[in-house]
Design a protein around this ligand. Structure first.
Ligand code: GLY
Ligand code: MN
Length: 463
């Protein structure tokens, strides 16, 4: 946890952004895996962590906007809990760590909410994403799960997004420090990538490294020689020399902050000429996009720059044709780059996605494109100092998509399908780094960049 005053200040800032009523922030509860006592690893709700920092199940926080007081609701552990799961500080002791003086048992939360409803006060809550909290909210407020998203407070979503989007100095120092573990995980994967090794051995080792550093993985490891499957979680393939292995993985720290990097390399350590050709385009895209990141620039423009760089490179290889700007305007690049350039990152690897991507990545001035590919861009709005985001361009050869476009004659003025056919078993290449927007420009998080040049990657892979 950060110092208690960090949380008090955050709650005060939230207060200054909202008019009246009460804010209900629900923590998460333990969730059963296969029978009630066999539970998933506990993960606290990120917004609850942001404003209260307390990482235990069964808590809820109430911020009273009119009375200027905050309260933590939760039940103290009893002797049975202590016998099975150990001692926990009392709710009052925990609350003090978050700078909160008032506490109450969970049973009292219903009374507080009922009295607020009776007095016609606004109750601000965020859209719940877990079944347990949807049921709890139904019990507390009488709103059925299907309607909860609709009743969630737009004011609160906007306020939380505006605060959590700008990382403070403590968060930046922590986000910088935990990149070391991401570095270790990715370089370990490169070293292990030898013929005869199964993907699952590498994915398991990476996850083990994350656990051994006191945290976990920030999302299920994506590691596959079928890099064209954007979020492939199957790890059953045996590697052969020359296979292109895409590894997209991150560390989630003990404070639940994320890292998220992707590297793609050739098993055994030698890229083929064909692999180098595509790799260099993606490398140029990530590096030139990072150079363009600075306050005031809409991230959608940087995504567009990535699309232009990719289309230019593919044209040089004879895979695309025609005018590059027109090709990108028509969305032709998206057959190869069918996703967005990146997303916000912080307490969630896709930061605040539970609140709603459009509240986090877009605003009144920047609306989401509806074009295939760019529509998946999670962050489009103007960048501000303190944003932490990922930059993750990629080029993929997805046989089913190629087949569809060929059959339906989509963008054939810009795509040389005969040439594309030579890449049908290529897979995909994605490269991803984590970047902080600074006052004047940007910088990559962490002390050293995970090897990315062909020379550096070849040197370490399979060693
Ligand atoms: N690294 C996984 C993702 O950004 O979706
Ligand atoms: Mn990512």
């Amino acid at each position: 946890m950060f110092k208690s005053k960090v949380y008090t200040e955050r709650r005060n800032k939230l207060r200054s952004l909202l008019r009246d009523g009460i804010v209900l922030l629900m923590g998460n509860v333990d969730s059963p895996m296969s029978y009630p006592a066999n539970i998933y690893r506990f993960r606290q709700d990120s917004t609850f962590l942001y404003f209260f920092g307390l990482d235990h199940p069964g808590l809820a926080g109430v911020i009273d906007l009119d009375k200027n007081d905050d309260c933590i609701f939760g039940d103290n552990v009893e002797i049975d809990d202590i016998i099975w799961t150990g001692y926990l500080p009392t709710i009052a002791e925990q609350a003090l760590e978050a700078g909160v003086q008032k506490t109450g048992p969970l049973s009292k939360l219903t009374d507080v909410l009922m009295s607020a409803i009776d007095s016609k006060r606004k109750i601000h809550f965020l859209p719940p994403y877990r079944a347990e909290n949807k049921l709890m909210l139904q019990k507390l407020l009488g709103i059925v799960p299907d309607m909860q998203k609709q009743y969630a407070s737009v004011e609160l979503k906007k306020a939380v997004s505006s605060l959590r989007s700008i990382k403070d100095d403590d968060e930046i120092a922590h986000l910088d420090a935990i990149q070391d573990v991401g570095y270790l995980m990715h370089t370990a994967a490169m070293k292990m990538a030898r013929k005869g090794v199964y993907e699952r051995e590498i994915a398991g080792y990476m996850e083990g490294l994350a656990l051994s550093h006191g945290g976990t993985i920030s999302f299920p490891v994506i590691l596959s020689k079928h890099g064209e499957i954007l979020h492939g979680h199957d790890h059953s393939n045996k590697l052969a020399n020359g296979d292109l292995l895409l590894v997209d993985a991150g560390f989630e720290s003990e404070m639940s902050y994320a890292t998220d990097n992707t590297r793609t390399f050739a098993v055994g350590g030698k890229f083929s000429a064909q692999q180098k050709g595509i790799y260099n385009i993606v490398l140029e895209a990530i590096n030139s996009c990072i150079e363009k990141i600075k306050p005031g620039v809409p991230y959608r423009d940087i995504h567009h720059h990535a699309a232009i760089t990719i289309a230019t490179g593919l044209k040089e290889l004879g895979i695309m044709k025609g005018d590059v700007k027109e090709a990108v305007a028509a969305g032709a690049h998206a057959m190869f780059f069918p996703h967005g350039l990146g997303h916000m990152m912080g307490l969630d690897v896709h930061d605040m996605e539970d609140i709603g991507e459009n509240f986090v990545g877009y605003d009144e001035k920047t609306t989401r494109s509806t074009q295939f590919g760019t529509a998946y861009l999670r962050l489009g709005r103007k960048l501000q100092p303190g944003f932490v985001l990922t930059v993750e361009p990629g080029i993929y050869f997805i046989p089913a998509l190629i087949e569809k476009w060929k059959k339906e004659i989509i963008n054939n003025a810009f795509i040389n399908f005969k040439e594309v056919d030579k890449y049908l078993d290529f897979g995909g290449i994605r490269l991803e780094d984590d970047v902080l927007v600074t006052d004047k420009g940007s910088r990559m998080l962490g002390k050293k960049r995970i090897p990315i040049s062909i020379k550096d990657v070849e040197e370490i892979t399979g060693k």
